[in-house]
Design a protein around this ligand. Structure first.
Ligand code: M1P
Length: 274
């Protein structure tokens, strides 16, 4: 299913007619709406549909739209851009509002080819020299808005991911790697964020999840646009160093820490009765 395919007629009230019109709920994806890298559950889907009757909803994830489509659209096959009012892939560098694309940005444009090559050369040498129990493939994933680096490789199976995560926690592989990168490349204005199970993300300072908030600010300035005076954010990696930390602590949001999708649903029930 093409995630940007035209969506069917809206089943939800237009944004300006939502009962709690100036409120939006933004969700991290992995560990918040879905188990890490897995699909959304029918219960979560139904909860989001009930919530969307009341407030605007959006997701903000580090992965690209194709991966979010796989995870969030798995049950219905519906384009994910039709399932949420706002879709912020790659932290909002690729963004959609009501199924229509908003202006995008890119990492390589910002960094330039030469500095990018220097970074990748260092990363691949470092991984080649790492002695860890298992290595698979795709150690560097080049994305529109960031580079994702994984010592075990993104081709690891679910079991290999879980095993690596345990190993990493004990041996601080990613933590040490990131410290080295900060020393060597910190002057370029890059952020290194450990978010998921097996990797970390590298992107320009400020291109964390707070990046997506500028789309909401632009929406408020648009003639007839809605000003979201309350922006709830739900995420599972909200501690310092986690990839939800910046948006969670941003003064423009009301942050909620969740321990997994079940907890997200529990908190939504308490807050909005859905
Ligand atoms: O959303 C959290 C992270 O999810 C994935 O991480 P991992 O593969 O390590 O579990 C990646 O998509 C990463 O970019 C993202 O930050």
């Amino acid at each position: 299913m093409n995630p940007v395919a035209e969506t069917t007629a809206p089943k939800f009230p237009p944004l300006e007619d939502r009962p709690i019109k100036n409120t939006i709920c933004l969700f991290d994806v992995d560990g918040t709406l879905t188990p890490a890298r897995l699909g959304i559950s029918p219960e979560m889907l139904a909860t989001l549909q009930r919530l969307r009757e009341k407030v605007a909803i959006g997701f903000v994830g580090g992965s690209d739209l194709v991966k979010q489509q796989e995870q969030l659209g798995v049950l219905t096959g519906e384009p994910v851009t039709g399932m949420f009012d706002f879709c912020f892939s790659e932290n909002g560098l690729t963004a959609y509002k009501m199924g229509a694309a908003l202006p995008s940005n890119s990492f390589i444009q910002w960094l330039g080819e030469d500095r990018y090559k220097e970074l990748v050369r260092f990363v691949l040498h470092y991984i080649a020299d790492l002695d860890i129990p298992v290595k698979r493939g795709t150690f560097v994933e080049f994305r529109n808005g960031m580079v994702n680096v994984s010592p075990v490789g993104r081709n690891a199976s679910t079991q290999e991911r879980n095993d690596y995560q345990k190993y990493d926690l004990e041996h601080k592989v990613r933590e040490t790697f990131v410290e080295k990168l900060r020393e060597k490349f910190g002057h370029l204005g890059l952020t290194f964020a450990i978010g998921g199970q097996i990797s970390f993300d590298v992107f320009p300072n400020g291109w964390d999840k707070t990046y997506c908030l500028q789309h909401l600010e632009k929406e408020a300035k648009r003639p007839g646009g809605i000003e979201y005076t309350t922006v709830h954010f739900f995420g599972d990696k909200t501690s310092e160093g986690g990839n939800d930390y910046e948006i969670f602590t941003d003064p423009r949001t009301v942050g909620h820490t969740v321990v997994g999708p079940e907890d997200t649903m529990k908190q939504l029930k308490e807050l909005f009765g859905v």
